[in-house]
Design a protein around this ligand. Sequence first.
Ligand code: FES
Length: 173
Amino acid sequence: MSVSITFEPSGIGGDVAQGTYLIDAARRLGVSLGTGCTSGKTECPSCLITVTSGSELLSSPSGVEERLLGTELLGESHRMACQTKIENHGDLVVTVVPPKPRPVNDQAEADLFKTFSELPLNKKIAALLQFETLTMSQAFDTALEKPLALGSRAFDAVVARTRSVRSKIDPKE
Ligand code: FES
């Protein structure tokens, strides 16, 4: 049995199979949802939706939803799309909740942004060039270290193999 689902505010909709998770339905229909999530079905509510109609078609809130959303948001028809399965057929309308901008909670980062934004243009360019130089320098260092480390390991392996062969030929060594 299929389910007719519509994602608001885009109005994108279509039919999906019963048993589909809301996030999979969104992706199948080309709706952007949970894009900030790094690990799929986990615990970063970047796939928040509200159920406009058809809540009776959906699975009960999971333990993750109960913990992350709490009774208040769940009571306001909020659900996490990666946790919510469409269990019954019928018509469903959900609204995608736009993700909140990431708060700058690191004071050092906030201070750095403020300082940089207050610089005159020529100093901003100089700072960016300096940053670029540092990054390139680190990249060169890394590139130079890798072959040396590899060469060193290969040399150690050759020495060990030579000792092993010599000890078989001449047990005194
Ligand atoms: S997709 Fe990450 S929490 Fe739902």
